[in-house]
Structures are given as structure tokens and as C-alpha cells.
Design a protein around this ligand. Structure first.
Ligand SMILES: Nc1ncnc2c1ncn2[C@@H]1O[C@H](COP(=O)(O)OP(=O)(O)OP(=O)(O)O)[C@@H](O)[C@H]1O
Ligand SMILES: [Zn+2]
Length: 723
């Protein structure tokens, strides 16, 4: 009988599977196996039987080493891997890698050890020992760390009593990945609009077929409570749910709210979860033991055994786009997964992406509107502060009218949020003597002054250096001027304006860990802070009951770049930030400092007229052929030298297949022309909506000159970043 040869896809940068002999192993498609690869062994997945094994390779074909004892990757996930690779042009192996996070090489799990009272009291008694013994007097087993913490003693005290035989150790089972959510635990009383939307969601889950629904609710309308009803329905039907969230910062409150609604927290999946816990979660999800996962975009590639629902919260958020490795948009690929799995997908946003808005208008997505805030709170009243007429004095950033409003808020014991989407102290430092500007040696970017950390930092590559004593150019001392504001500088100004106020600066670079972040968010919720100064970290999703005033310090910041989505992003971000105001009591107020009060984005925000914004933006996109009315793909060519990058970019452009429907723009030097020491050129493709742009690019690359030496080529289908 002929040997059975199978295709095994391995998680490396390769598009095609390798052939292996199955040997005596009864392997089937989807099985996770160990295979020899070069000199090492790696984990791969059987993709199918090799259709036509090459007889010339027969004696070179190696055997599968072992079949792993984990559930196979089901056809749905395998199709998703194929689909994402085909669409993004990322090597299939790299997409598979995202689906194979089962944690090899972690070694055996560390045991959790508990202690209990077991023997006679120790000969020498100390107050700490006495406290510990008093705690354990009830005879219960406690985890070692818990016992020490509860008794207020060090771990050494516990160990000492174990050595003396007073305490005995017990091996504890690992703490569970996730409990069982109870759909009937604490269902909310829904408003009419919420109830209508929730009913539609429940029906969609019950229909168990592909459908896309948009929960389109104003800020504070209770979108979360509503999509929880879809999750409840999936749980009732014994099917798994995936809730995607753009940022871990967002998950904190949502997880607590989930627990309040369902009695337990969902399983979490994001970069802050430890590798070991992730490995256990992966396995439990594959075994169908995890009813609900809440996670960042990479959770999309988890091996659900029976996925019944996907929710994408804040679907418009740019964080859903992965910008390195496999460049994919998690919202778009979630729609793909839902259609492959034949399940409903729920998108939620107060400011839908233009793509989603168009889909809803065309009826491809079903819109479920929540036009009012829950509990009848009014939406914030938004006004512009025209910086060219009533701006702050030189060297200051808070206009008198905004300062007055902050003062009033504090007097009323309410909170104020000052939003500035710029980390650090100042975006540019220059020498007053000679005009020298501090730039990153490896990037085309200025160094940002971070005073809290006492460093000048590059926001592109992370390069950092101390503040020099003298100008590197003219050697003048004490001649540096900080130009422009960052949140740290704003904090300085707030300190002088409101010396008594309790101020919290929140910015991703100041964060040490998630626990600190959670604690800081809690301190705002509980009213232990008067003024919050923050970047987009605090802009989204949060619900702060006492926050009534939102001041947007520089509303024009995001409008100035050449990004076709600049207006959309600015509108979304500012609407989200303003939407933090007045969610529980009183009238929320948003004050927008801008030089362009007449800009369509500002006008829509001030008038609270979302429709006006979408109408003008959609018309512009339609006229210019930008997404979703046309399609884009970008190619970045980079090299160690500028001529090498440029020469290859030109050759690449010359090799583009002729197709009058596709327009090739460039090559042009990228806006960030130097990044991490590499010179960059950009090509942009524009095509009509119906064209298979991935296919076009694939054909192009097949005939393009080879990438040699230190040249690199990054393909981005549906690019979101234009730097
Ligand atoms: N039916 C309900 N019963 C009780 N509380 C509710 C209900 N609906 C919403 N809420 C509360 O109203 C507040 C706002 O809801 P939620 O945060 O879900 O709004 P949202 O639409 O997600 O807002 P945003 O888009 O601004 O994040 C929350 O504190 C939530 O618990
Ligand atoms: Zn840099």
C-alpha cells in the first residue's frame, strides 16, 4: 500500500504546507502535530492529504513525529486562516501562527500550593506567627500567598511554620479560566429602545445564521447592556461568544459589568495575560469549556469549538488594525469569520466607521438605533473656543473660558477631563541660540520631551536619550525651548491654575501595568480625582459618573496629516471624548479649542449633528473613490540607503501589470521617510470597489523583481496608516 502523505502547514513565513508521511499515525485534517523542520521540530497543523505527492521527493519525505493531545483546528478556523492569508497576502504560516497560541515550551505548569493547620504550635511564637495561626485556626486550606496577605505576614513566616510542621502544604487545582456565566443572574430592566434592539439580537443568535447587526447608540445609551443580551442568548443555547474590544484599558469596566450581569467574569485574552494562562485559555476554548471570551483583536484566531456569536465593541476603533506582521483589520476579518461560521456578528459604536455606516445605509448591515442616553441624560452641550479670537496667553494652552469652566466644575464637586492626544511634555525641543532641533538619529521625527522620565524620546522607534547639558550644535547651555504642549506640560499649567485640585495624568507611556491602570480608572470613578488630563487612553468607553466637563485642548491635532481618514478619525475621537461628559447627572459640557470652528467636523460636533458629518464625508469618499467606494493597497519599500530603496520602488512600479482600472500612485518618499534607520518609499494602489485588489497585487509580486539584500517590502491591503 502506498504511504499516506499529508500537507502540514507550519507556523513560519511560508505560504505553502510541507508534505510529510503520516506513518502509522491516524491523522486527519486539523490535527495538531509535531514535525521535523530543518534541524528542529515544530508544531504544525495537518491541512489535508497531499493531492499529488511528487514521486521524486518520495525518499526525502520525513515522518510526522507525533500527534498532540489537543483538539483539532476545525474547518471553520482553517478556512479563516486561508482566507486571511489570501486577502492580506501574509504568508499562510504566519496567519496560522496567530491561531496556534497553545503555548509550547512553557514546561510543566507551576503548582499552586495551599497551606492548612496540621501540627502543634511552634516552639517560638511571634506576633506574626500568632496572626497567621489565628487566621488558619478555622482549619480551611488557603493558597500560600493568600494566607500571607490576609494575615499581613511575609511569605517567610508561612515557610517557617511549614518547616516546623505546624502547617502542612496541599497542592491546589489551578484557578479556573472562566466560570459559567448565568444568563439569568441579573438581567437589566431595559428601556424600550434597548428592548427592541435586544430582541433583534436574540433573534439573530437564535437564527444561527450569518447576519451583521449594528448597535448604533449615542454615547451612554447602554450599548454594552444591549449586546450582553445577545451573549446571554448564546449562553442559553450552549454556544460560545467572542467579544472583541479595541484596548485592554476598555476591558476593565466591561469585565466588571459582565460579572454584574452574569455572575462571573469572562475569560480574557490580550497581551497582558501571562503566557501560561493564555495556553490554558487556548486549550479550554478549543475544548468548548469557555462560554465567553473578551479579548483584543488576536482573540479572533482562537480555536472556538462552537462559536455562536461575535461582538465587536467600538467597531470604528483604529486599534483593530494590526500594523505589523500580518496586517489585518480585526473587525473586517471578524465579519469574515462570522460568515464562514454562519453566525451573527454585532458591531457596536456611537460613531460607526464610514465603511460600516455605508453598509448600514445600503441595508447590508441591520441598524439597531439607540437614540437616547439611558436614564434620560441629555447629550453634552458642545461649544467651540476659537483659538484665534479667545486663545490662551503665549506659552499657555488653556483658554480663559475653558479655565473658568474647569473652576466651576471643581467648585460643584464635579470632575473635568482635559484631553490632549499627545504624550510627554513637548513634541519638539529646540535651541534658542542656533535653532538646532532634537531629532531621532534613526527616524524622520523630532524627539519628544518626556520630563517625568527625564528623557527625550522618539515616538516611532522608542530611541531615548537624556536631556543634554549643552546644545550639540552651538554648545550654548540653558538655551533649550520646549515647543508645543503634551499632557505633562498641560499638567504643569493645571498645577499653577488650580493648585488645590487633585490631578491625574493618564497616558500610555506613564503606565507601568494593567493593575495600575485599573486602579487609576477606579480612582476617577470613585471621585478621588478632580481633573483628569489624558490622551486617548481615557477618551473611550469609560463611564465616569462625576465627570461633567470635557475640554479638548487641541481639536485640530489630527486633521493636519495627509490621511484620507483624518476627518473621520477626528470626528470619532472627539465625539467619544465629549461623550464622557454628563453621563449620570447634570448637563455635560464639551469645550473644543480649535483654530477652525467652521470645519465640517467641528460644526457637526457643535451642532450634535452626526448626520451632517456622515453625509459630507460619504459624499467626499464617493467623489474621490476612497473606501468604501474604492479600494486601496499600499506597498512600503525600505532599505538601509535611500538610493537602494528608491531604485527598487521604481522597478517595482515599472513591473505593475497593466489594468486601466487600477491606478498606481508613486513611488514617493513616505511621510516618515526614515524609520528605525531605514529609508522608506511608498506606492499606493487605488482600484474600484469590485476589483480583487489582493489578486492584482499577488500577480504583480509574482512578476516583480526579487527582494534581495537588505531590501524589505511591506504589503498593506486596506491600509489605515499613511505614514
Ligand atoms: N438597562 C439598563 N439598566 C441599568 N443601567 C443601564 C442600562 N442601560 C445602560 N445602563 C447604564 O448606563 C451607563 C451607560 O451605558 P454604556 O456604558 O453601556 O453606554 P455605551 O452606549 O456603551 O456608551 P459609550 O459609547 O459612551 O461607551 C452604564 O453605567 C450602564 O450600566
Ligand atoms: Zn526613532
Amino acid at each position: 500500500m502506498a504511504r499516506r502523505i499529508v500537507d502540514v502547514l507550519v507556523p513560519v513565513a511560508l505560504d505553502h504546507p510541507y508534505s510529510y508521511a503520516a506513518g502509522d499515525l491516524p491523522v486527519a485534517a486539523g490535527d495538531v502535530v509535531r514535525v521535523p523542520l530543518g534541524r528542529r521540530e515544530c508544531t504544525g497543523v495537518v491541512w489535508g492529504d497531499t493531492a499529488a505527492p511528487d514521486p521524486r521527493l518520495d525518499n526525502r519525505i520525513k515522518e510526522i513525529a507525533a500527534k498532540l493531545d489537543v483538539p483539532p483546528l476545525n474547518p471553520e478556523l482553517r478556512r479563516l486562516v486561508d482566507w486571511v492569508a489570501g486577502y492580506t497576502l501574509a504568508p499562510r504560516g504566519m496567519v496560522l501562527r496567530m491561531a496556534l497560541r497553545m503555548g509550547e515550551g512553557l514546561g510543566p505548569a507551576r503548582e499552586r500550593v495551599g497551606v492548612r493547620l496540621a501540627g502543634p504550635p511552634p516552639e517560638r511564637m511571634t506576633p506574626a506567627r500568632a496572626r497567621l495561626l489565628a487566621l488558619l485556626a478555622d482549619g480551611l486550606v488557603r493558597a500560600k500567598g493568600d494566607a500571607a496577605r490576609e494575615a499581613g505576614v511575609s511569605a517567610g513566616v508561612v515557610d517557617g511554620l511549614i518547616d516546623e510542621g505546624t502547617l502542612a502544604t496541599v497542592v491546589l487545582p489551578p484557578d479556573p479560566i472562566a466560570g459559567a456565566p448565568d444568563p439569568g443572574f441579573r438581567p437589566p430592566a431595559l428601556s424600550d429602545a434597548q428592548a427592541t434592539a435586544a430582541a433583534a439580537l436574540r433573534e439573530a443568535v437564535a437564527a444561527a445564521d450569518f447576519s451583521a447587526l449594528l448597535v448604533d447608540g449615542v454615547t451612554g445609551s447602554g450599548k454594552t447592556e444591549v449586546y450582553f443580551e445577545a451573549v446571554a442568548e448564546a449562553v442559553r443555547r450552549g454556544r460560545q461568544s467572542l467579544i472583541l474590544m479595541p484596548e485592554i484599558a476598555l476591558t476593565t469596566q466591561s469585565l466588571d459589568r459582565f460579572a454584574a450581569r452574569f455572575g462571573v467574569r469572562p475569560a480574557e485574552w490580550h497581551s497582558e495575560v501571562s503566557p501560561r494562562r493564555r495556553a490554558r485559555t487556548w486549550q479550554a476554548v478549543a475544548e468548548g469549556k469557555v462560554p465567553v471570551v473578551a479579548g483584543a483583536r488576536s482573540a479572533l484566531f482562537l480555536p472556538f469549538r462552537d462559536l455562536g456569536l461575535i461582538v465587536v465593541d467600538e467597531e470604528h476603533d483604529p486599534a483593530y488594525k494590526q500594523e505589523d506582521g500580518v496586517r489585518y483589520h480585526a473587525r473586517d476579518m471578524a465579519v469574515v469569520r462570522a460568515s464562514i461560521a454562519k453566525i451573527p456578528i454585532v458591531l457596536a459604536s456611537a460613531t460607526p466607521s464610514v465603511e460600516t455606516e455605508v453598509n448600514a445605509r445600503k441595508g447590508r448591515y441591520r441598524r439597531l438605533p439607540l437614540p437616547q442616553r439611558f436614564g434620560g441624560q441629555a447629550l453634552p452641550h458642545v461649544e467651540a473656543i476659537d483659538l484665534s479670537r479667545e486663545g490662551p496667553p503665549r506659552g499657555r494652552w488653556i483658554a480663559p473660558r475653558l479655565a473658568e469652566a474647569v473652576k466651576l466644575a471643581i467648585e460643584r464637586r464635579q470632575q473635568a477631563l482635559l484631553f490632549l492626544n499627545r504624550r510627554g511634555y513637548a513634541p519638539l525641543t529646540l535651541c534658542r541660540g542656533c535653532g538646532y532641533r532634537f531629532a531621532c538619529p534613526q527616524c524622520d521625527a523630532w524627539l519628544v520631551d518626556h520630563r517625568f522620565r527625564r528623557q527625550l524620546v522618539c515616538h516611532h522607534c522608542g530611541f531615548s536619550t537624556g536631556h543634554p547639558a549643552a546644545c550639540p550644535n552651538c554648545e550654548a547651555t540653558d538655551s533649550f525651548v520646549a515647543c508645543g504642549p503634551g499632557v505633562e506640560r498641560l499638567a504643569e499649567e493645571v498645577g499653577t491654575l488650580f493648585p488645590q485640585a487633585r490631578v491625574l495624568v493618564m497616558s500610555s507611556d506613564l503606565l507601568t501595568d494593567v493593575d495600575t491602570l485599573r486602579e487609576e480608572l477606579r480612582s476617577i470613578e470613585e471621585g478621588r480625582v478632580d481633573i483628569v488630563i489624558g490622551t486617548q487612553l481615557v477618551a473611550k468607553g469609560h463611564h465616569f459618573p462625576r465627570l461633567n466637563l470635557v475640554g479638548i485642548v487641541d481639536a485640530d491635532l489630527g486633521l493636519a496629516n495627509g490621511d484620507p481618514r483624518a476627518a473621520e478619525r477626528t470626528f470619532q475621537l472627539l465625539a467619544q471624548v465629549a461623550g464622557r461628559a454628563g453621563r449620570e447627572e447634570g448637563q455635560g459640557v464639551g469645550l473644543i479649542q480649535t483654530h477652525q470652528p467652521e470645519h465640517p467636523v467641528m460644526r457637526a460636533l457643535i451642532a450634535g449633528d452626526r448626520e451632517a458629518f456622515y453625509a459630507s464625508e460619504i459624499a467626499t469618499r464617493e467623489r474621490t473613490g476612497y473606501p468604501p467606494f474604492g479600494r486601496l493597497a499600499s506597498v512600503i519599500v525600505s532599505a538601509a540607503t535611500r538610493p537602494a530603496a528608491e531604485a527598487y520602488a521604481r522597478k517595482l512600479a515599472a513591473a505593475a501589470p497593466r489594468d486601466e482600472r487600477v491606478r498606481l500612485l508613486g513611488p514617493a518618499e513616505a511621510p516618515v521617510s526614515l524609520l528605525r534607520g531605514r529609508h522608506r518609499f511608498r506606492l499606493l494602489l487605488k482600484a474600484p470597489r469590485g476589483l480583487d485588489l489582493s489578486g492584482y497585487v499577488r500577480d504583480w509580486l509574482a512578476v516583480a523583481p526579487k527582494v534581495t539584500g537588505d531590501l524589505a517590502r511591506e504589503i498593506d491591503i486596506d491600509p489605515m496608516s499613511f505614514l
